[in-house]
Design a protein around this ligand. Structure first.
Ligand code: GLC
Ligand code: GLC
Length: 643
């Protein structure tokens, strides 16, 4: 039982408890855990007064929480794991690229309602430096809306409207770094020692050089190394990402305390899910790669346990794009189980799906997914195909070996396949941050362009177009059916191609992730039901699947997923089991030829009756063909259990 479940139990026990009483109850329930977490990072002999300050601060922070959100917190708390519901379907978007600004987005809420989307991840909206700012991930403030998006009032109106419509909001908390224009950074530059200790600053290269032996480079092409010299303060500062993003020094407990206030101010804007950006990087230690360290987990859990007292209706998403066995740890282990992040990006599934598209095989996907340990009961995934970032090849070398492939060669093949090095490949992606020292590289590009639609249209190749549309639909059908919150990247619902306009922008041209951050095309959307285009096909197929997902409780994430192996290496099959023998079998063909599955297999699982099976997606019954189920190239089936 995790802490949230305890709070649920305690708050439901007695009727009529006031909001303050319930706060005190949560405070006492989490206190011992908070004490242990805090003192394990910041030893009691030095930091007892800081701990006492934290306890006082939690009370002060609760006073700042708006009354209506306090009420909503209790509703959520009593309901429990609302984020595992089949009713949630999300999208991720840049407000300015979507429809100009916050008001523009507000006007388009009906678009989401039509499609069935009720969960929005809005990319950073707060103030940031002019010019380069990593798409707003270099923050000048954690809660002040940048005027290019509108006013604080516009945002308040938007969040109120979202709550009215029972739509959920996710925003980023850039927890690992601030911009070099953040007030603390400015004071540090002006020579203020207190604020220099909010970051990792050094007068010489001794410590930085020792760290550099083991630290990888995130942006080797544009921001090599992990330290930046700042002439204003005549010091080096740690900058793992871009040189204008200064890493926060969490060995200093004052940083934790202040960032907790920033976090609460952010959720007080009406945020339901907080995306903990780059949290794997939160703790640094010499001699290590300084990612996924145990202290980063303690710190995350400490944030979680404190936020749960103040704002129990808001949950955390781990943005840890790391190895499969490392991601799962962000749900918490030991006494942190279920007390760290409720949600994590399923980056493993994402990378494995792209691997399966390129290889046309599902063996690596099967092998890897079946060995990932079961997640805790109260936790869930965000399942996605594309997002605003690059695709990293977070595959497990061990399994690549077991396939009889050489991991380095295999990664090279994937980069070549997606980044236009192979004539026969339909993909039109770009190579991102290739590091010749290590041979590592990542991939950018929109889903549609990576899946062949761009090339198909250019070459007027109807087969390529047809196949790319089927692939787009199939991959979305997988994330919609796989347990967790599906997150459809804005534009993918209308098969948006790569956007090359970033090449003309001096602040963006060196970061080709902008190729997959397109402007929403409202002309295409206006014509959707008038034409039979690839965009129309994708849009209506997604809309249909979203509605079906919401109708069937077996799509809720109850850890009720089972992967099945057949002897066909091109097929992926997984089952979502519902109550009372109900369920759905998801079947996909990753090959560009017809594949078959033995009917006996479906019969044994209970998905056949009189040699027929029923597909939820087409709402049709299909007969087997001489004992076999035939699956067309890139076809997706959601077979419903037959009673
Ligand atoms: C996350 C974001 C990415 C950003 C980085 C640094 O990985 O998704 O876009 O560059 O954090 O904040
Ligand atoms: C970091 C993030 C990852 C992102 C990358 C930006 O590695 O963890 O999400 O893709 O930065 O390119």
């Amino acid at each position: 039982m995790n802490q949230a479940a305890l709070h649920k139990l305690l708050s439901s026990k007695k009727e009529g408890q006031s909001l303050n009483e319930l706060f005190e109850l949560r405070f006492s329930t989490n206190l011992t855990l908070i004490k242990d977490l805090f003192f394990s990072l910041y030893p009691e002999e030095h930091y007892r007064p800081t701990f006492e300050k934290l306890l006082k601060q939690l009370h002060e922070l609760f006073k700042t929480r708006p009354e209506n959100l306090k009420q909503l917190d209790i509703v959520r708390l009593k309901k429990g794991n609302w984020y595992q519901s089949e009713k949630l379907v999300g999208t991720q978007l840049y407000v300015d690229h979507f429809n100009k600004d916050i008001k523009g987005l507000h006007k388009k809420l009906s678009y989401f309602e039509e499609l069935g989307i009720n969960f929005l991840h809005l990319m950073p909206l707060t103030t940031r430096p002019e010019g380069e700012n990593d798409g707003g991930y270099a923050v000048n403030s954690y809660d002040q809306i940048d005027k290019k998006y509108g006013t604080q009032k516009d945002f308040e109106k938007l969040t109120a409207a979202l709550r009215d419509k029972e739509m959920y909001l996710m925003l980023d908390f850039v927890v690992n770094h601030t911009s070099n224009e953040y007030p603390w950074a400015k004071k540090a530059m002006a020579g203020n020692k207190k604020y220099q200790e909010y970051y990792y600053t050094y007068t010489d290269r001794e410590v930085p050089d020792e760290f550099e032996h083991n630290l990888p480079e995130i942006f080797p092409e544009t921001a090599p190394g992990n330290y930046t010299f700042v002439p204003e303060m005549n010091k080096w500062v740690m900058t793992c990402f871009n040189n204008y993003q200064w890493d926060l020094n969490y060995t200093n407990p004052e940083v934790f305390l202040e960032m907790l206030t920033n976090l609460v101010n952010l959720v007080n804007l009406g945020v339901d899910v907080v995306r903990f950006d780059a949290l794997a990087f939160l703790w640094k230690k010499k001699g290590t790669i300084s990612q996924n360290l145990p202290e980063a987990h303690v710190l995350t859990s400490l944030f979680r346990m404190c936020l749960q007292i103040v704002a129990p209706g808001s949950i955390l998403l781990a943005e840890a794009i790391v190895a499969p066995t490392d991601i799962i740890k962000y749900f918490g282990e030991g006494n942190k189980t279920g007390n760290e992040c409720e949600v994590a990006y399923n980056a493993s599934l994402m990378a494995l799906l792209w691997n399966s598209i390129a290889t046309k095989e599902t063996v690596l996907l099967q092998k890897s997914l079946t060995t990932i340990p079961q997640k805790p009961k109260y936790c869930t995934w965000i399942n996605y195909i594309r997002c605003h970032d690059d695709i990293g090849l977070g595959l497990d070398d061990r399994f690549i070996h077991e396939m009889g492939w050489n991991p380095q060669d295999h990664r090279k093949f994937l980069l070549d396949y997606y980044c236009q090095k192979l004539d026969w490949s339909p993909a039109k992606g770009l190579l991102f941050m290739y590091n010749p020292k290590t041979g590592d590289g990542r991939i950018t590009g929109s889903a549609a362009s990576l899946l062949g639609l761009e090339k198909g249209i250019e070459e007027n190749d109807t087969t390529l177009i047809r196949e790319s549309v089927a692939k787009i639909i199939m991959l979305h059908g997988i994330i919609l059916a796989f347990g967790g919150i599906p997150l459809i990247y804005a534009g993918d619902e209308i098969a948006t191609l790569n956007d090359y306009s970033f090449l003309k922008d001096k602040d963006r041209k060196d970061d080709n992730r902008w190729v997959n951050r397109p402007y929403q095309n409202w002309n295409i959307i206006a014509d959707l039901d008038k034409k039979d285009t690839p965009q129309t096909k994708v849009f209506f197929a997604l809309k249909n699947m979203i509605a079906l997902r919401k109708k069937h409780p077996f799509f809720a994430d109850e850890n009720n997923i089972e992967l099945h192996r057949t002897n066909n290496n091109h097929i992926l099959i997984f089952e979502r089991k519902g109550e009372k023998k109900d369920g759905v079998l998801v079947i996909c063909n990753f090959n560009n030829t017809r594949e078959v599955i033995d009917g006996g297999f479906l019969e044994k699982l209970g998905y056949l009756k009189n040699k027929e099976f029923k597909d939820l997606i087409t709402a049709k019954k299909t007969k087997l063909n001489s004992g076999f189920l035939e699956i067309k190239p890139y076809q997706l089936v959601w077979a419903r259990k037959m009673d």
